[in-house]
Design a binder for this molecule. Structure first.
Ligand SMILES: Cc1cc2nc3c(=O)[nH]c(=O)nc-3n(C[C@H](O)[C@H](O)[C@H](O)COP(=O)(O)OP(=O)(O)OC[C@H]3O[C@@H](n4cnc5c(N)ncnc54)[C@H](O)[C@@H]3O)c2cc1C
Length: 299
């Protein structure tokens, strides 16, 4: 299928992509959203830090409202996974998938990120129950008075443990034997914040255990119980379509941008978790507003 040239292709239809679609629709531009329906919004039991929702809103409900909002401006969406993005000789772009190819003057890449999942039994139900959480910026507030475990290596695990110590009653770092890798001064900060370090690496983690939310069997035979566990194993930022064109990315895969969200590839903009910044809904929507307006001004 070849549908002629759009003003802009939006690759990814989550928080950032759908916000970009609304802005572009209201600027009366010809855009297409290409999305394979894997937004992280789907995993949020209830977000409580999105402006305008004082009692919070379930992630899937927010996603469905954002889709309805974009549909109001008749923005078409193709359910597809973009496999390849090309930059053509005239500086425009072509996106290709198993379902077709589409051309546009500009692209907003809003492909998000994926959490690296630990081996924990029963994760989907545990996410809904708040026994597994991925984002202390989002829901650390909800852990007040709780016993919390952080599963993460080296400096990253240590930092997340310190961050959560701001709220939780007890924090235990499941360091997977990486505590020797961090600066002793940082370990001292952990002690000051009363964060414990598990004596040995976890052997098995189970959620939804009757009477104990999360049960962790350590390799040395100890059994620990928690209300919540935060896996802090990192994120995979879906930057490959851009880096294949030469766009510059940080070591963690987040794409570098200028003040208007343009990457180092002219005409290729990014918004949301795939761009350098805080991984938050409000940030993703802000990026999208900036990128869409910059593109509108160039068309
Ligand atoms: C459990 C959990 C709780 C969270 N809680 C909060 C919270 O309370 N508050 C908060 O602000 N944030 C929260 N977040 C983070 C929030 O979900 C993300 O910051 C936000 O969804 C980022 O929006 P995005 O558009 O960048 O990515 P996403 O919403 O993930 O959308 C990316 C879209 O791109 C699509 N895509 C990727 N690659 C391709 C491709 N090649 N072709 C086509 N489509 C593609 C994906 O399928 C997906 O639909 C939470 C995340 C998780 C996992």
């Amino acid at each position: 299928m070849d549908t002629g040239r759009f003003d802009c292709l939006i690759i990814g239809g989550g928080a950032a992509g759908l916000t970009a679609a609304v802005y572009m629709g209201r600027y009366k531009r010809r855009v297409l959203v290409l999305d394979d329906d894997g937004s992280r919004l789907n995993w949020i039991p209830r977000t409580r830090n999105v402006p305008g929702f004082p009692d919070g809103i379930e992630g899937p409900e927010l996603l469905s409202r954002m889709r309805a909002h974009a549909a109001k401006y008749a923005i078409p969406t193709e359910r597809t996974r973009v496999e390849r993005l090309l930059c053509l000789e005239d500086g425009s772009f072509q996106a290709e998938s198993a379902q077709g190819r589409w051309r546009a003057r500009f692209v907003i890449l809003a492909t998000g990120a994926r959490d690296v999942e630990p081996e924990i039994e029963g994760i989907p139900a545990a996410l809904q129950a708040g026994q597994v959480r991925y984002c202390p910026i989002c829901d650390g507030y909800e852990t007040q008075g709780q016993r919390v475990a952080v599963l993460g290596r080296g400096r990253h695990g240590l930092r997340e443990s310190l961050f959560i110590a701001n709220w939780a009653r007890e924090v235990t770092w499941l360091a997977m034997a990486t505590q020797e890798e961090v600066d002793p001064r940082e370990l001292a900060r952990l002690r000051d914040a009363h964060v414990r370090i598990a004596a040995s690496p976890p052997q098995r983690i189970e959620c939804g255990v009757a009477g104990a939310g999360v049960r962790v069997d350590l390799q040395d035979g100890q059994v620990l119980e928690f209300d919540t566990i935060y896996p802090a194993l990192g994120l995979h930022h879906a930057c490959e379509l851009a880096t294949a064109l030469g766009a510059r990315a940080r070591e963690n895969g987040q794409l570098e941008v200028d003040a208007h969200q343009q990457t180092t590839v002219p005409g290729l903009y990014v918004a949301g978790d795939v761009a350098v910044d805080l991984n938050q809904i409000s940030v993703a929507t802000g990026h999208a507003a900036i990128a869409a307006t910059a593109i509108h001004n160039r068309l």
